[in-house]
Design a binder for this molecule. Structure first.
Ligand code: PSU
Ligand code: MN
Length: 310
């Protein structure tokens, strides 16, 4: 018996080489506030369906890794207090019949097991500031499992780069070491989630979804093990005003410092603070960039599907 449960529509689409895009559940359960998160989960699926692509939202429910959720499953990831589950948590949830919302790492792993090749998210996890220490701080070693997982998982992830609360230079260095391919979608500038540009340039840019599908095909022929990150910046007219962004981030870091927040609590603290301090502006941008990534992932999945023998 397969340990995975594929929804009928996902199983049918995969069996017939029709386009499928995986969606993560941690962004719904932990990344977006209620009740907007339920609308967002449904909207992301709708964007795919409107483009003839089958959505595969992924989560572990009662111990079963589900690839494609029904309406009740989507409601559960938006409304229940679920564990945030990375790859290492999957066997524990399965053995205990427990539930969890899957991170980029866990979603990529499960999607790939199911045979899905394209995945849309908001922002990837990465190397946290202070991971390697500083003049007056000890190293936290806080690097998301998203990075090493993408080194060994054959999936193409569309993301708006990584959040500017992370150490972006270190994240890009780690992706290089881990041999994860990174291409800018219509840009050479690596984006920083709410902003179009992080100040770091990429070696490669692609202009079309079919360019990405061609890289995926070549990847398979060359026996590369890892994934491909498609860095898709938010459109210029939707990005956060950089000066306001910098000011709110500085406030957020100062507040985290003053509150003595440490370790894995830092990111949720910063993100919550940033939504409040921006008067909700950062949340609207987060939704815009995620929608934009889902649209690009749909185009890539269609281009990939067209390359498959039918
Ligand atoms: N980026 C967002 N919102 C999120 C996340 C990232 O804008 O909710 C989630 C993703 O699921 C990502 C995870 O995989 O955070 C990374 O967490 P950690 O650094 O603990 O691995
Ligand atoms: Mn971490």
């Amino acid at each position: 018996m397969s340990p995975l449960h594929l929804s009928d529509e996902v199983a049918d689409a995969l069996a017939n080489s029709r386009p499928v895009v995986a969606l993560e559940s941690t962004i719904i359960s932990h990344g977006l506030p209620r009740p907007r998160n339920l609308d967002a989960a449904r909207e992301f699926e709708g964007i795919l369906r409107d483009r003839g692509v089958t959505p595969a939202t992924i989560a572990v429910l009662d111990g079963v890794p589900r690839i494609g959720l029904d309406d009740d499953g989507v409601r559960r990831i938006a409304e229940e207090e679920l564990a945030k589950a990375s790859v290492r948590d999957l066997p524990i949830l399965a053995a205990r019949a427990a539930s969890g919302a899957t991170t980029v790492a866990a979603t990529a792993h499960l999607a790939s097991l199911a045979g899905i090749r394209v995945f849309a998210t908001g922002g990837l996890g990465g190397v946290h500031r202070g991971a390697s220490g500083g003049p007056d701080s000890v190293a936290t070693f806080d690097e998301s499992a998203d990075l090493p997982t993408l080194a060994v998982t054959p999936i193409t992830v569309v993301s708006a780069g990584v959040k500017s609360v992370l150490d972006i230079a270190a994240t890009l260095e780690r992706l290089e070491t881990l041999s994860v391919a990174v291409v800018g979608y219509g840009t050479r500038a690596f984006p920083a989630f709410w902003l179009r540009e992080s100040g770091f340039d990429l070696d490669w840019t692609v202009d079309t979804a079919d360019d990405v599908a061609a890289i995926m095909a070549a990847r398979d022929e060359l026996g590369s093990r890892g994934g491909i990150i498609v860095a898709n910046p938010i459109p210029a007219d939707q990005q956060w005003d950089p000066a306001e962004h910098d000011a709110v981030l500085a406030q957020a870091f100062a507040a985290a410092d003053a509150a003595g927040v440490r370790g894995k609590a830092v990111t949720p603290f910063l993100l919550g603070y940033i939504v409040d301090a921006s008067g909700g502006r950062s949340l609207e941008i987060n939704l815009d960039l995620a929608r934009n990534n889902v649209r690009v992932a749909a185009d890539i999945a269609r281009a990939w599907s067209q390359r498959q023998p039918s």
